[in-house]
Design a protein around this ligand. Structure first.
Ligand code: HEM
Length: 492
């Protein structure tokens, strides 16, 4: 195997993760069930050698307290530029898996003041989203997606629901008009398919984003794209705004779909868990927390680079070589599970998990993400209470790749149900109701500041998520589920 140049590493007695056989973050064993591999790694050292590809090695942080230390350490940078340059200089392979680590001009890859500037713009803009409107939009989006398969009696909840809901929500948050949304969706798919049209699609995609930014400059509205543009921390530079929007899109879609689908799997494959939810003794929030802990959607990511050789918990980390955090492993660490035992399974003791990362780059959208996932699950179980897995859990397949933990598909069956939004003429890519969704329905003239705006998830619930909606089915099961969910939403 070719390895990056490690000649700068100081010799000595310090244990080095490179002395052990590397943990492979690819291949069938890892993809099927990484938990035993993480457990073995944690027994070896807090930081181990790992390969994300046969030609790419990283140091992988597998223990909780070590991860916290690194995530908050001022002598680690998020800038992957020097490592990529070194690989290029040495003529090392650049497999596609590296694209998720390649430096881009956005908050994720910046440190210090520049990170604070970009991250403040993102955080403040997301913080202006009106929580009740966000919940209502999520409900409408969920209903519309379910309508597309409700009468069929079967669906792939990953492809037809979990993957589409965050995408359409993000378009709505950004205020993307229907035609641009449709184009962005199609072009992104073509780029990701990597076929002969990918390069051309990539050019068209970047032009489409420019079109969106030009539109928001011409006609600013109440949406995240316009707020980002107007934010005092944002530079008057289209490419910066596009990169920030792309970061929010990219960071928001994949982990969100994994959170929704893995939680649905957990509930549908465990009668007692679904039963507890139906009886009201478990809340959706707890099911989501269990998923975040056991199936961290970002499994291995948040790569940091020591700005000089550094020793952390007895392991020497060479300057500018990648140190990746295994959220999947750290969340299983005794150090955390031990703490959580005192808080009760699935209870408040789980708050310290690392699924959202920690430190300056901690996910700025965790409360939005939790709210979207809660509504997605609530609406689905409300409408399809007798839903069942179509494929037994052990036969379900997980997507390969080192970074994410997510299902490839989640096939389900259920008694066919009527369409709910029968009279809806909504464009799935447009703003619900044909208006900008983020204007609070109560007329407030002054824009809300992040400080004034309650966080959509951790605030006391405003409206119950479905009270305004008539039930289209009188089924007792449906009402039973609804009652327990509504109870949960009201905090009962
Ligand atoms: C289940 C859903 C989600 C999970 C598990 C998750 C997890 C994470 C993690 C682990 C990071 C740190 C990455 C790193 O440092 O390399 C992160 C960063 C980020 N996330 Fe999330 N995220 C989720 C949903 C979202 C959503 C819905 C959005 C947007 C609406 C979002 C926006 C961001 C942004 C902008 C960053 C970069 C923050 C920075 O570097 O300052 N995330 N997220």
């Amino acid at each position: 195997m070719t390895q990056p140049d490690t000649s700068t590493r100081a010799p000595g007695d310090t244990p080095d993760p490179r002395d052990q056989a590397p943990l492979l973050l690819y291949g069938e064993e890892f993809t099927h069930d990484p938990a035993p591999l993480y457990a073995r790694a944690r027994e070896t050292a807090p930081i181990v050698r790992a390969r994300i590809h046969e030609d790419v090695e990283v140091s992988l942080v597998v223990r909780y307290h070590t991860a916290l230390k690194i995530l908050q350490h001022p002598e680690f940078s998020k800038n992957s530029g020097p490592w990529f340059e070194a690989r290029e200089r040495q003529g090392l392979p650049m497999p596609p898996v590296l694209e998720m680590m390649r430096v881009r001009p956005n908050a994720l890859y910046e440190d210090g003041e520049e990170h604070r500037r970009l991250s403040t713009a993102v955080r403040d803009s997301l913080g202006r989203l009106d929580p009740p409107t966000l919940r209502r939009t999520a409900r409408e989006t969920a209903d519309r997606l379910i309508d597309a398969f409700a009468e069929r009696g079967e669906a792939d909840l990953m492809g037809e629901y979990a993957a589409l809901l965050p995408l359409q929500m993000l378009f709505a948050m950004f205020g993307v008009p229907g035609d641009l949304g449709r184009r962005i969706h199609q072009l992104t798919a073509t780029v990701f398919d990597g076929g002969p049209e990918a390069a051309q699609a990539n050019v068209a995609l970047s032009e489409t984003w420019q079109e969106l930014v030009a539109l928001k400059r011409r006609r600013p509205d109440e949406d995240v794209a316009s707020w980002l543009l107007a934010h005092p921390s944002s530079n008057d530079d289209d490419s910066e705004i596009i990169n920030q929007l792309l970061l929010v899109m990219g960071a928001g879609m994949e982990p969100e779909q994994n959170l929704i689908a893995s939680t649905l799997l957990q509930l549908l494959s465990d009668d007692s868990s679904y039963g507890r939810l139906r009886s009201g003794s478990q809340r959706i929030a707890e099911a989501l927390e269990t998923t975040l802990l056991d199936y961290a959607p970002m499994a291995n990511y948040a790569t940091h680079y020591p700005v000089h050789d550094l020793e952390i918990d007895g392991i020497l980390l060479p300057a500018w070589e990648p140190v990746m955090i295994s959220f999947g492993s750290c969340n299983q660490d005794e150090a955390l599970r031990g703490d959580s035992a005192t808080g009760g399974t699935g209870g408040s003791g789980y708050r310290a998990h690392l699924a959202w990362s920690a430190g300056p780059h901690e996910c700025p959208a965790w409360s939005v993400a939790m709210m979207m996932a809660s509504v997605a699950i609530e609406v689905l179980l409300d409408r399809l209470p007798d839903i069942e897995l179509a494929t037994p859990r052990p036969r379900l397949s997980w997507r390969p790749g080192p970074y994410q933990r997510g299902l490839s598909a989640l096939p389900v069956v259920f008694p066919p149900q009527p369409v709910r939004l029968q009279d809806s003429t909504e464009d799935p890519y447009g703003s619900p109701g044909g208006r900008t969704p983020w204007q609070p329905s109560t007329t407030t003239s002054a824009p809300t500041t992040p400080q004034q705006t309650a966080r959509p998830y951790d605030s006391t619930p405003g409206e119950a998520t479905s009270t305004a909606r008539p039930h289209t089915s009188g089924a007792r099961g449906l009402r039973r589920v609804w009652n327990s969910l509504a109870g949960w939403w009201r905090g009962q």
